[in-house]
Design a protein around this ligand. Structure first.
Ligand code: ZN
Length: 141
């Protein structure tokens, strides 16, 4: 089987492979009037009600806070990290932490540097991988 598994995003339009080949990124919006970056992407700025432009953001982030969830929704495995991260572009984003990060309080600390990864969260009956963005500690960061 040379074909890689088919992948679909959990929430379409929130992330993609960046157009400059620099890996994965989140897809946000930029408002030239108030200079705010918005995530997830919105056609109109919620403050100014003017049209925004799409912007690739969030390749890295700083950990703002985190907790360990011990109960998972159907199709997910507990325990797992939930976190808020601050993007260098401005938005504070809710995220999960990559599956290769041990789910122990010592694995993370506030203010640590993170990088964006895209991971499968579940596999459908036909083999399609449902993927989402997560963050993981930046090695050497
Ligand atoms: Zn605005």
């Amino acid at each position: 089987m040379a074909d890689s598994a088919k992948q679909v995003p959990l929430v379409p339009g929130t992330f993609r492979r960046s157009e400059d080949g620099g890996g994965s990124c989140l897809v946000g919006s930029y408002c030239a009037t108030c200079e705010q970056v918005i995530f997830p992407k919105m056609v109109l700025c919620p403050m100014c009600h003017v049209e925004t432009v799409e912007r690739e953001i969030g390749r890295t982030a700083k950990l703002f806070s985190f907790t360990i969830a011990h109960v998972a929704p159907i199709g997910f495995e507990a325990p797992y990290f939930q976190a808020y991260v601050d993007l260098p572009e401005g938005p504070r984003v809710f995220t999960l932490i990559s599956a290769d990060t041990p789910v122990e309080p010592d694995s993370l600390c506030e203010e640590m540097d993170l990088e964006l990864v895209v991971e499968p969260v579940r596999v459908e009956a036909d083999g399609t991988e449902v993927t989402t963005y997560k963050y993981r500690p930046l090695i050497g960061g």
